[in-house]
Design a binder for this molecule. Sequence first.
Ligand SMILES: NC(=O)c1ccc[n+]([C@@H]2O[C@H](COP(=O)([O-])OP(=O)(O)OC[C@H]3O[C@@H](n4cnc5c(N)ncnc54)[C@H](OP(=O)(O)O)[C@@H]3O)[C@@H](O)[C@H]2O)c1
Length: 310
Amino acid sequence: MDRYRISRRRFLTALGGLGAGLLLRPAWPDRPGRKPLVKPIPASGERLPVIGLGTSRTFDVPPGSEQSHALRPVMQAFFEHGGGVIDTSPMYGNAEAVIGELLGAVPHDRPRLFAATKVWTWGEQEGIEQMQRSMQRVGVERFDLIQIHNLRDWEVQLETLKAWKAAGRVRYIGITTSHGRFHDELEVILETQPFDFVQLSYNIGNRDVEQRLLPLAQERGMAVLVNRPFMRGELFSRVRGKALPAWATEFDCTSWAQFFLKFAVSHPAVTCAIPATSKVHHMIDNMGAAYGRLPDAGLRERMLQHMQAV
Ligand SMILES: NC(=O)c1ccc[n+]([C@@H]2O[C@H](COP(=O)([O-])OP(=O)(O)OC[C@H]3O[C@@H](n4cnc5c(N)ncnc54)[C@H](OP(=O)(O)O)[C@@H]3O)[C@@H](O)[C@H]2O)c1
């Protein structure tokens, strides 16, 4: 009888927790058989879901620890809600190893996974060894995409990446930055070099790349991954306590996270945004931006004006 009482109390507590979870869950269209919005990689026509997953800081936890176990439901929610693109780097501490651990623990459809990492070192041999280590850590036989991180030693690393791509050891090659001070140099590189992807910072609070880099990527037929779509979380501070405008329903947006993500991925040059999160309810919220309508040019202008006013 005592055992029954305890388990009943636990049951009711669990039920209460479930209720709270449901309340936290943002309202977004939850139709069976629905498919996430996708955009094509210009180089191949292969289509990627417009919302991916970044792993800087959030996935840099000790592998095999309580913290890495706590990320399992985050990864699970990502796949369950149509995610595919995962972006990491040897620069992000344990993140590659933690992704490898989670991919081994969380059921997913391998063809839907689009695994992207970076090379971030000086020297040809160092670059090769780093990419080999990344494959072991993430547990993939080949990456879908390897990007040169922050332009580091790009001329040397590009030669290796071109050779790896020609040999079928990587499917696509790219280059990244999140620093405005690299934009001039990146522009010159993109004008002449054969990258399939470029990764940049772009969000409703920082639109520097709209001037030259996004049009150039489009002109050169390069896919664009958007990093820092939330400005590292700063955008949420700007709208704290502010209600989402009622007209956000015109592009099926039910939260500020979706507002920011839909702004980023509705730019015609952008292929996919890679927000980072360590929380399941944030993941579900973010993945909601991969569904429904995207804002058109008129609504994008309205979003900008609204952000200037808040
Ligand atoms: N040069 C490069 O190659 C480069 C540079 C920068 C970034 N990146 C890549 O881009 C990814 C994204 O950039 P980022 O991580 O710097 O910043 P970000 O994605 O703009 O922001 C991440 C922050 O937003 C919070 N957040 C996420 N979803 C939220 C939600 N729904 N509601 C409220 N808060 C939310 C996260 O906290 P919680 O954990 O609490 O959700 C985290 O603090 C990186 O992880 C990395 O993969 C690449």
